[in-house]
Design a protein around this ligand. Structure first.
Ligand SMILES: C[S@@+](CC[C@H](N)C(=O)[O-])C[C@H]1O[C@@H](n2cnc3c(N)ncnc32)[C@H](O)[C@@H]1O
Length: 237
């Protein structure tokens, strides 16, 4: 065993994450800033918050808490976020400790969503979900979307790294056959739950930061109608 893994074993990943926060301020930007440093997406988030009105925000895939902090600061809403990596969890827990309304959990997003579906505080509420727990072979996204819209028909979900039809400049995640973040991957869930989809109304050419694509999804007719009033989004289909 080398010194690094020995230290890791003694100190533990969560504590190492906390140390990263204090010792490596350069990490604070996460994936280039909130919402990958994309200003148009940040506007989209604010518009959705204003037009739809939510009781809470749930994020899957905290990473370094960059977007978590941004969403809380700009909405003043309670934020629940979950991260599978103990080290990123330790980092984000330390970073977000000062915000009483931000709760960071360590675990798998699929289990976490099912647990909070049974949590009476959030059950039945109008919630904004930011689904961003994709980073590797195992893709929890389809199950996440299923759990969200089966339990929260009035939810709105924004999925990061999603292919925007007709705009090749927007980046999306591709983990191989049947693991591409695109319409085909979610087609059966979309059909089964009768979901409505919206994409950015601005071309990637005029977006800043990482230029990652996204999709915004809703189920209830009343919520879909409200999203039609969001200028940063355009309906699909
Ligand atoms: C793209 S990063 C999230 C970035 C973050 N939302 C932001 O905007 O700064 C993806 C994160 O999801 C986490 N992740 C991957 N699979 C997960 C799962 N099944 N449950 C929870 N977190 C997961 C990864 O460890 C990684 O930190």
């Amino acid at each position: 065993m080398n010194v690094k893994s020995l230290a890791r074993r003694i100190i533990g990943d969560k504590l190492l994450g906390a140390m990263d926060y204090y010792l490596l301020p350069i990490l604070k930007d996460g994936c280039g800033g909130p919402f990958n440093g994309q200003q148009f997406r940040q506007r989209m988030f604010l518009e959705l918050i204003r037009e739809v009105g939510f009781s809470a925000i749930v994020e899957t895939g905290t990473f370094r808490g960059t977007t978590t902090e941004h969403m809380h600061k700009h909405s003043q809403l309670p934020v629940y976020t979950v991260e599978v990596s103990p080290r990123y969890y330790g980092y984000s827990k330390t970073r977000l400790f000062r915000y009483g309304m931000v709760k960071v959990s360590c675990g798998d997003s699929r289990i976490f969503l099912k647990e909070i579906a049974d949590n009476h505080d959030l059950a039945g509420k109008q919630i904004f979900f930011y689904l961003d727990a994709h980073w590797g072979e195992e893709l929890p996204l389809k199950e996440e979307v299923q759990t969200v819209f089966s339990n929260w028909p009035n939810a709105v979900a924004m999925i990061d790294d999603f292919k925007v039809p007709g705009d090749e400049e927007y980046l999306y995640d591709d983990y191989g056959e049947n693991k591409r973040l695109c319409l085909e991957y979610l087609a059966d869930v979309i059909r089964h739950l009768g979901l409505s989809l919206f994409f950015p109304s601005r071309s990637a050419r005029f977006e800043s930061g990482g230029k990652h694509g996204c999709v915004v999804i809703a189920r209830s007719a009343a919520i879909v109608q409200k999203i039609h009033g969001v200028a940063t989004l355009k309906p699909y289909g």
